[in-house]
Design a protein around this ligand. Structure first.
Ligand SMILES: *[C@@H]1O[C@H](CO)[C@@H](O)[C@H](O)[C@H]1NC(C)=O
Ligand SMILES: *[C@@H]1O[C@H](CO)[C@@H](O)[C@H](O)[C@H]1NC(C)=O
Ligand SMILES: *[C@@H]1O[C@H](CO)[C@@H](O)[C@H](O)[C@H]1NC(C)=O
Ligand SMILES: *[C@@H]1O[C@H](CO)[C@@H](O)[C@H](O)[C@H]1NC(C)=O
Ligand SMILES: *[C@@H]1O[C@H](CO)[C@@H](O)[C@H](O)[C@H]1NC(C)=O
Ligand SMILES: *[C@@H]1O[C@H](CO)[C@@H](O)[C@H](O)[C@H]1NC(C)=O
Ligand SMILES: *[C@@H]1O[C@H](CO)[C@@H](O)[C@H](O)[C@H]1NC(C)=O
Ligand SMILES: CC(=O)N[C@H]1CO[C@H](CO)[C@@H](O)[C@@H]1O
Length: 509
């Protein structure tokens, strides 16, 4: 008996730690308001190729649910505002939907969240009044199916729920929403569901460029904004907006509710007036956002707090109404080529846990170099990007270093492209550089200038002391995590086996 208890204890400890150490995650929103998108099956491949593990959809489309079966991708599914009336009216409507639209695909398709309604305060019909009753009915349906612990129910909101967001410590909900917001917050607290918010520093900048600096919106500010009430320093608008929500929740004494960002992003193109909507800015925002989040740096009010974030959006959606930017939030064009390079891992070094042997997957080794057809301007842009946001160590192409000669843009760009490519799992997309990169089978190394292969820096990457400085935090967390896991594994072993046996195993290891 005692052994049984020990075993149960060790297993639950393991599970608790797994959960605690999960870290912040990055997902992507898969909106489908377009008539030219690839089939859901193709999208499932694209998503897996890019190692995206979390995906938000806005409905419970059967083709999509089927396409993501057995992919390991965790799905957040949704009930649109237009369906809230039936869901709020009768329990049986929620029961039937769950039975017909969700359960047949679960658990092969990993559904982890249901969003009931989306940004109801922005909705023209009276969705706000319906949302909480609908949430209760969906939860009850899940309880009947025994799934309420595995699938969480919430609803996404826009920053419009706040009447004040600056300074963050003065964050407060608009009291005219209290009639539905208060019961919603009670629901979330009771069921340990997250507060889901869509956050767009882009709009804050676009709508008041005189008050908000572009650098502050893009996580590039060299100056800080001080919250006079708390003395907290803000270097970016994203953190300030999240903290405004934390303070608004605290003001109502909802201290346990976690925040999840169900949409954020930056458009790559806009109308002539939307000058900040460019591929460069979109790339900078999303790159910096991912690094900021993956790092588990939290916000000034909640340092170290994990935060799950979904990027908006997977594709450009040609049927979205409104300004030009509305149709250009995508990371990918409908033909599945990327609008700009983006490293979803935010790490910039080979992820030692994900890929153990990338190049030999195919039996061949490939390198990525700059195309001779690329223009000087494109090469310079791509080189600057690789050595900057792309996180490539470009020291070897500096004067007097081994790869400085020949001192040409083509040669320097080739060296940098290749490192980026190898550090990002050597996927085709990691060698795109806006069409200026090409893959080659022949090792481009010459003299003392050695071109990296995916294997080259394996040991360096897995050696804690040798990791590039910009990435230490999250990688070290993973290392520590691995140690904790190994330790727990050994504890488990020692419970499972006789003590003597496990001592033997330990000494052998
Ligand atoms: C929405 O519904 C609520 C509750 O039924 C009601 O108090 C409110 O006036 C309605 N608002 C509108 C704009 O119809
Ligand atoms: C609060 O919400 C109401 C109703 O949506 C709106 O008219 C009002 O302008 C909002 N107040 C603030 C300060 O945003
Ligand atoms: C922008 O700045 C002006 C003047 O400093 C101020 O009156 C206004 O309230 C600010 N607007 C916002 C949205 O912060
Ligand atoms: C990562 O976190 C550390 C400490 O929390 C911080 O100093 C560093 O600036 C963060 N890096 C990024 C890219 O946010
Ligand atoms: C990669 O895999 C190949 C074939 O399985 C193997 O020969 C090679 O040693 C592996 N390389 C590394 C670095 O593990
Ligand atoms: C394998 O490598 C070759 C040569 O680079 C390439 O053409 C082919 O697409 C690769 N196959 C896969 C499955 O990556
Ligand atoms: C890690 O790096 C240190 C210092 O460079 C070195 O002494 C050690 O042998 C390395 N360990 C491994 C496993 O590569
Ligand atoms: C090819 C390459 O970049 N090699 C590097 C691997 O990591 C070691 C230690 O960090 C560097 O010294 C090498 O230059």
């Amino acid at each position: 008996m005692a052994r049984g208890f020990k075993l149960i204890f060790a297993v639950s400890l393991l599970l608790v730690l797994l959960d605690l150490c999960r870290g912040s995650t990055i997902g992507v929103c898969y909106g489908r308001n377009a008539d030219d998108l690839p089939t859901p099956d193709k999208v499932a491949q694209l998503v897996q190729q890019h190692n995206v593990k979390y995906l938000r959809i806005y409905d419970s489309n059967i083709q999509v649910l089927k396409a993501f079966a057995n992919t390991g991708v965790q799905l957040m599914i949704g009930i649109p505002n237009s369906d809230l009336l039936p869901f709020s009216q009768f329990q049986t409507n929620a029961d039937t939907w769950l039975k017909n639209s969700v359960l047949p695909y679960y658990p092969a398709t990993k559904i982890t969240y249901i969003t009931v309604g989306a940004e109801v305060t922005e909705s023209t019909n009276n969705a706000s009044a319906l949302v909480v009753p609908a949430m209760h009915n969906v939860l009850t349906a899940l309880k009947k199916a025994g799934l309420h612990k595995r699938i969480k129910v919430s609803s996404t909101l826009s920053l419009g729920v706040l009447s004040r967001s600056f300074p963050p410590s003065a964050g407060a909900f608009n009291s005219s929403h209290a009639y539905f917001l208060k019961p919603m917050l009670e629901f979330l607290a009771e069921n340990q569901s997250p507060f889901m918010i869509d956050i767009y520093p882009y709009y804050a900048y676009r709508d008041s460029p005189n008050n908000v600096s572009l650098d502050y919106a893009l996580f590039q500010s060299s100056s800080e904004v001080i919250d006079p009430n708390t003395g907290l320093l803000y270097t970016n608008m994203f953190d300030a907006q999240i903290d405004a929500i934390y303070f608004a929740l605290m003001a109502l004494n909802f201290r346990t509710i976690k925040i999840m960002v169900t949409e954020t992003g930056w458009p790559s193109k806009g109308s002539p007036k939307e000058t900040a909507a460019t591929p460069d800015n979109a790339q900078i925002y999303n790159t910096n956002l991912i690094r900021h989040v993956i790092n588990d740096s939290g916000t000034p009010a909640k340092p170290g707090q994990e935060l799950d974030v979904y990027l908006f959006s997977l594709f450009n959606e040609n049927r979205k109404p409104g300004l030009e930017s509305e149709r250009n939030w995508g990371l990918f064009y409908p033909d599945q080529t990327s609008v700009y390079n983006l490293d979803f891992s935010g790490k910039g070094v080979v992820d030692t846990t994900a890929d153990s042997n990338v190049t030999s997957l195919n039996g061949t080794t490939t390198w990525c170099i700059a195309s001779t057809k690329a223009s000087e301007a494109d090469l310079q842009n791509a080189l600057d990007w690789a050595c900057g946001p792309g996180n490539v160590d470009c020291s070897a192409i500096q004067p007097s270093q081994p790869c400085f000669e020949p001192d040409t843009l083509l040669s320097h760009a080739s060296y940098a492209f290749n490192i980026y490519y190898q550090q990002n799992a050597a996927t085709d997309i990691a060698c795109s550089f806006g069409g200026n990169g090409v893959k080659v089978d022949k090792n481009p190394s010459y003299d003392n200038c050695l071109y990296m292969t995916a294997g080259t820096n394996k040991t360096a990457a897995s050696n804690t002391t040798a990791i590039a400085s910009s990435t230490t935090s999250s990688t070290m967390r993973n290392e520590a995590f691995t140690w904790i896991l190994s330790f727990l594994f050994m504890t488990l072993l020692s419970v499972l086996l006789d003590m003597e046996e496990s001592v033997k195993i330990l000494t052998r290891i």
